[in-house]
Design a protein around this ligand. Sequence first.
Ligand SMILES: [Zn+2]
Length: 251
Amino acid sequence: MSSDYFSHLTEEEKNILKHKGTESPFSGEYNDFYKSGIFVCRACNSPLYQSKSKFDSGCGWPSFDDEIPGAIERFRDTSLGRVRTEICCVNCGGHLGHVFVGEKFTDKNVRHCVNSLSIRFVDHQKLQQIIFGGENLWFFQKKFKELDGVYLCKVNKVKKTIFDHIEFINKTNVNFLKFYFNSKKTTLETILNIFLKIYASTNFLKKNTNRLLILCNDKKQKLTIENLMLQKNKILKNPIFSNILLYEDNV
Ligand SMILES: [Zn+2]
């Protein structure tokens, strides 16, 4: 747990995120709150939950039945004379609350019981998700992680069905680079410029396997990327054949 992440917090927030306190039930600003967006860690801004996972359990704290993959860490908690599972932010270690399984509130049968003071709501316009599909994206992961306002940047293996109608030379080597970014800190154009600059300089183009997949989480983002790709391809010696698709589910 790095103390830097907590230095900007109020005493109330610190009491929960750093010292594992609990806010009073029905007191938090997100207990009865259902706008569309993403909930990030109040200490480090890392995305934790999507609003579509939020539900009303009636318990008095914000409840979620799923987390953003890779965002939450679980710990055995034996305080208060019972065994519970504590949940913390993976990035900064900040305490969020506890997770309960088997209560049958939703189909997923999971309830993340989270303190409002541990999280902050960000609407979708400010925090976007983007997914690049291609070959050998590990190097890009390292580059994008260094950018300001980029969160949960990770290369994943993917469901191969997504590539069924896309002509990659070697589908077995294809993977996804997925991350969230705050467009006020790093713009979509900057991200695309960095990506294409590295992509165009790799050996893949020389082998004529320059096919790229970009999965967008909204129509506006898709349109912006299509326009940027058009402009880029006008100046590239070997145009990049990209498939830009709308894809809203987690992959
Ligand atoms: Zn955090």
